[in-house]
Every structure is written in structure tokens, then in C-alpha cells.
Design a protein around this ligand. Structure first.
Ligand code: 5GP
Length: 115
């Protein structure tokens, strides 16, 4: 079912297991269960924000923090040749979990345009 269940909230609340690679007071990062690249990490805010379209002025620092965590993780995971950040907003763009998340993908060459 598309966008029905907020599985990521269950991961935040430790009701669902995940391979957590980063955790702090604002966000969590864990490996994607269906990796699309050798490195595929999801970075999510602890705050429930359904989609990118729901971001407000009050989220400025938070969204900046998610990006800085991506930089930190890219270093930690040795993505020195580059990486791709993906954020799918709403079903038509491929969003399946109703909790804003950044995909950090790397470890292989990427093509453009994405599908
Ligand atoms: P979206 O399609 O919404 O941009 O990305 C959702 C991502 O979450 C997908 O890449 C999917 O593989 C991943 N995913 C869905 N359910 C789970 C889960 O229970 N655990 C983990 N680690 N990843 C999940």
C-alpha cells in the first residue's frame, strides 16, 4: 500500500529493527532494506514530516542538518568519488513511506536521467 504506514516512525521508536549507521537528537540514518547501490542509506528526521512539500520555515535548520549528516556519512562510508542524494516527494515521484527521507547512494557509477 502506497504511503499508508509510517514504517520509519516505527524504526525511530525502536518497534522495528534497522541497521543504524548514525543517530543524534535530530535524525537517524540506517541502511535501506532493498539497496539500489553498494551504499544505500536513508537519513530521516525524528520529527514527522510527511513529504518534502510539508517543510516549513521552522524546518530550515533541520533540513540543513540532514544534509550535513549526509556529508559526514559519505566520508565515513568512503564515498570519495561522489554520491547521489535522492528525495522522492509524493507518490508520483516514487515516495512510498510517508516520512521525509534522504537517500544517500554510492559505490557505483550513476546514470542520468533517473527513471
Ligand atoms: P521512497 O520510495 O519512499 O523514496 O523510499 C523508501 C525506501 O525505504 C525504499 O528504498 C525502501 O527500500 C526502504 N524501506 C521500506 N521499508 C523499509 C524497512 O522496513 N526498513 C528499511 N531499512 N528500509 C525500508
Amino acid at each position: 500500500m502506497m504511503m499508508a504506514d509510517n514504517l520509519f516512525l516505527k524504526i525511530i521508536n525502536k518497534e522495528l529493527k534497522a541497521n543504524v549507521v548514525h543517530e543524534d537528537d535530530q535524525c537517524l540514518a540506517f541502511t535501506d532494506v532493498r539497496p539500489q547501490a553498494p551504499v544505500h542509506v536513508l537519513i530521516i528526521p525524528r520529527k514527522v514530516i510527511r513529504t518534502h512539500d510539508d517543510l516549513g520555515e521552522e524546518d530550515k535548520a533541520l533540513i540543513g542538518h540532514l544534509h550535513l549528516v549526509a556529508v559526514q556519512l559519505a566520508k565515513k562510508l568512503n564515498l570519495t568519488d561522489g554520491y547521489r542524494l535522492v528525495l522522492n516527494c509524493k507518490e508520483r515521484a516514487g515516495q512510498t513511506v510517508p516520512h521525509l527521507h534522504l537517500h544517500l547512494l554510492g559505490g557505483r557509477a550513476m546514470t542520468w536521467p533517473p527513471g
